[in-house]
Design a binder for this molecule. Structure first.
Ligand code: ATP
Ligand code: MG
Length: 174
């Protein structure tokens, strides 16, 4: 039988437990998941500290660690800065998909206009499980580790990610 594939797009800066929860929910509905890494060309900024390659490591290791036993594809998607062609751009990079999962109103609108089925995944403790909150805690030395899968803690330690963020805060003025 034809496989049903779902697409989840995010920046995953970093991949956190909310993302993992939503991946597990999606895999209850489809046979295979495509995880699109948005703004893939961005890294080393306060909003987007991690490279696409680092984010791929975080996601793949988290899914293995949590025993995900369905096929997943992790695809970096650089920005095109042109909303009118963005859906075609995404389709040109990913395996074919039947449904898109997103809570982002612009993403939802663009896929809807392109005739693609869109579903809004449930949010899981959004106050805590948010990239913005995790990056904030990294800078203020608060507990961020409990908000991400263990594998993400290891990757961030390997790449010295917390010090990278702290360096990005500094200015060259005295
Ligand atoms: P940032 O604060 O940097 O925007 P984020 O936590 O919103 O980070 P994104 O990469 O922007 O992470 O998220 C991509 C998608 O993942 C969101 O549009 C949303 O659908 C889903 N998502 C994010 N956080 C959660 C959560 N806590 N529970 C369920 N889904 C989530
Ligand atoms: Mg977001």
């Amino acid at each position: 039988m034809k496989k049903r594939r779902g697409l989840l797009i995010g920046r995953f800066q970093p991949f956190h437990k909310g993302h993992l929860f939503v991946v597990e929910k999606i895999l209850e509905e489809v046979d295979e998941i495509i995880i699109g890494i948005g703004s893939a060309q961005k890294s080393h900024t306060l909003e987007n500290p991690f490279t696409a390659g680092e984010r791929i490591m975080m996601i793949a290791k988290s899914l293995f660690e949590n025993g995900i036993n369905k096929t997943f594809y992790i695809i970096p998607i650089p920005d095109v800065n042109n909303n009118a062609i963005w859906v075609s751009h995404v389709k040109s990079l990913t395996p074919p998909f039947d449904v898109v999962y997103s809570g982002n109103p612009l993403v939802k609108r663009l896929f809807k206009e392109a005739g693609v089925e869109v579903k809004t995944p449930p949010l899981y403790n959004r106050k805590l499980y948010s990239g913005t909150e995790i990056r904030r805690r990294m800078i203020t030395n608060d507990d961020w580790q409990s908000l991400v899968p263990k594998a993400v803690v290891s990757v961030i330690e390997e790449i010295d990610g917390v010090n990278r963020l702290k360096d990005l805060l500094k200015s060259d003025k005295i």
